[in-house]
Design a protein. Structure first.
Length: 128
């Protein structure tokens, strides 16, 4: 008769315990949620920066139109890149004779109380 000589090796650590797996999953879930939050914030910041840049371009366009005399109004609305902006021009005297300070504020039409861009320029209005 054949006798099989089978020996079982004693394994002290054959794998991960349930507690170790649960701790690893907890750490992984914390990291993934932190990354998700960071990506959401980054997306929001990009959208806000884009809107501010568009508002600055609206202010520059409005200033150029005002300086050459093509924009006589002091308030108005512009649509740029599918966003409706409100702009306002204010003029003030300076200490220098014949120099005017021109300030243009631009806000989103949905939130007019929050200024997205402000552009300040000076114009010589002496007789030429």
């Amino acid at each position: 008769m054949l006798k099989a000589n089978v020996q079982f090796k004693s394994r002290k650590h054959a794998g991960f315990t349930l507690i170790e797996v649960m701790v690893a999953l907890l750490i992984l879930s914390i990291v993934v949620s932190a990354l998700s939050f960071a990506m959401t914030q980054s997306t929001r910041n990009i959208a806000q920066l884009k809107q501010r840049q568009f508002a600055l371009w609206v202010a520059q366009n409005t200033l150029n139109s005002h300086v050459i005399g093509a924009q006589p109004r002091t308030q108005g609305e512009s649509n740029f890149a599918g966003i409706n902006f409100l702009w306002e021009i204010s003029r003030a005297n300076t200490d220098t004779k014949n120099f005017k300070k021109i300030t243009i504020n631009v806000a989103n039409k949905k939130a007019p109380e929050y200024s997205l861009a402000q552009l300040i320029a000076f114009k010589d209005e002496s007789e030429q």
